[in-house]
Design a protein around this ligand. Structure first.
Ligand code: ADP
Length: 429
């Protein structure tokens, strides 16, 4: 009997972490998911969840949070701690866990490995099967993504070593945004300087914006090509995009993920002269300023917390600092909704996604409050419903739909990967 290889392993490699999901593309079922963290330390930890669709509705470990050992929640979760020296060992450990469930990396049913790659520059406009030239180009982009691309490369090379025969596919965070017109992508700085250093707006979270904008069209019962959507991806990192007929025409992140919305720890938009000021007047080094704006700003800089649940709790308890942080966050969101309404001309839906967007009803309510002239409103009852399904939360007669659409970057990476490699190859079952 013959059958197709229908499984895709999705890898998301960070500098000291490796997240993974194994999916079966016949029905998009998640067969396993997990995370290795603190790679290279004595206290590395692997958390492996077989059949995660059964439990874990919030997608896991968004806040670096901790699943405690054993299987207390009945999810079948397994945990192992102890030193894991590097990504090769990490992937070997993952493979061993998968093998315990009969899903090892050596399985002939594995069709490909899909890798999240953060920066694809202008060259990579679509998912790409990795070869030496592709690796070299991802390497060439390290100066514009110094934190992410090296880790992504390590993940790819490790997977190549373990399964040299298997297609490795790179799916780029920037790809969806490569359709942005020049007038949205260019900064108004000297063109020669910008071009010499590849300074332009690339945008990130593209896999999420692509998935969510397409799902929104589905929710509205229309073709993506007929729908204009503003996507608000509000996680710890946050970005907005304007999507016209399925193509991104503007997005809030820029050369790096620092630009745009107020985020958990990043400032988002800021007068660039603040950086000169911090150097000249406050005597800070470039690295210190980088750390300030990326790690100690945003919600955490404003009020000491970056978790919207905690901020809302404090707001409800009358905490003024938390209130101001919330108001600044929402004010920036409103500005982007207004700006992207102007960019798109006609808006069919404003859609909220990611940890904050999917869960924080007060953020959604506040972000569209007072925007009735743009056709925007939320129905308080619908907004309060908790669900992990795509849903419309605007009143029935609203001119513009306001929606909540849970994102699924791993599924999108798996689908893009599979679409690229599946040519009806057969394996002996
Ligand atoms: P990441 O950018 O790390 O992938 P996520 O999309 O998982 O982030 O979002 C994480 C954030 O979502 C948390 O920092 C928290 O602020 C927010 N969040 C998660 N659950 C809730 C909730 N129930 N209510 C409000 N905010 C939430």
């Amino acid at each position: 009997m013959t059958s197709r290889a229908t499984r895709v392993l999705v890898l998301n490699s960070g500098s000291s972490s490796l997240k993974y999901q194994l999916l079966d593309m016949r029905d998009n079922a998640r067969l396993a998911a997990g995370l290795v963290e603190r790679i290279g330390e004595e206290t590395s930890r692997l958390v492996h969840t077989p059949r995660p669709d059964g439990g874990d509705a919030d997608g896991g470990d968004a806040d670096g949070g901790d699943a405690d050992g054993g299987d207390a929640d009945g999810s079948g979760k397994r945990e192992r701690t102890g030193p894991i020296a590097d990504h090769t060992e990490a992937l070997e450990a993952v493979s061993a866990e998968l093998a315990r469930d009969g899903l090892g990396l050596d399985s002939p049913e594995l069709a490909a490995i899909g890798h999240r790659v953060v920066h694809g520059g202008l060259k990579f406009t679509a998912p790409t099967v990795v070869d030496d030239a592709v690796l070299a180009e991802i390497e060439r982009l390290v100066p514009v993504a110094p934190l992410h691309n090296p880790a992504n490369l390590t993940g790819i090379r490790t997977a190549q070593r373990l399964r040299p025969d298997l297609p490795q596919v790179a799916v780029f965070d920037t790809a969806f945004h490569t359709t942005m017109p020049e007038h949205a992508a260019r900064y108004a700085i000297d063109v020669a300087t910008a071009d010499a250093h590849r300074i332009r707006r690339y945008g990130f979270h593209g896999t999420s914006h692509a998935y969510v904008s397409r799902k929104t069209a589905e929710l509205l019962g229309r073709e993506p090509a007929d729908v204009n959507v503003i996507v608000l991806h509000l996680g710890n990192g946050a970005s907005a995009s304007a999507v016209a007929g399925g193509r991104c025409v503007d997005t809030s992140m820029g050369l790096t993920p620092l630009e745009g919305l107020v985020m958990g720890t990043r400032s988002g938009d800021i007068d660039p002269a603040v950086t000169f000021h911090l150097k000249r007047v406050a005597g800070m080094s470039v690295d210190e300023i980088d750390e300030l704006l990326n790690k100690k700003s945003g919600l955490v800089g404003l009020c000491g917390d970056n978790d919207m649940r905690e901020i809302r709790r404090r707001v409800d308890a009358g905490d003024e600092r938390a209130r101001l942080a919330f108001d600044i966050y929402v004010h920036r969101l409103k500005k982007y909704i207004g700006a992207y309404t102007a960019v798109l001309g006609r808006v069919d839906a404003v859609v909220f996604t990611a940890g904050v967007g999917e869960n924080a009803a007060p953020v959604r309510e506040a972000a569209v409050a007072g925007l009735e002239t743009l056709g925007l409103a939320v129905d308080a009852g619908l907004n309060a419903v908790r669900s992990d399904k795509p849903r419309i939360i605007s009143p029935r007669d609203a001119r513009v739909a306001v929606a909540v659409v849970p994102t699924d970057e791993e599924l999108e990476i798996a689908q893009q990967t599979f679409a690229l490699v599946d040519e009806g190859r057969t394996v002996i079952a």
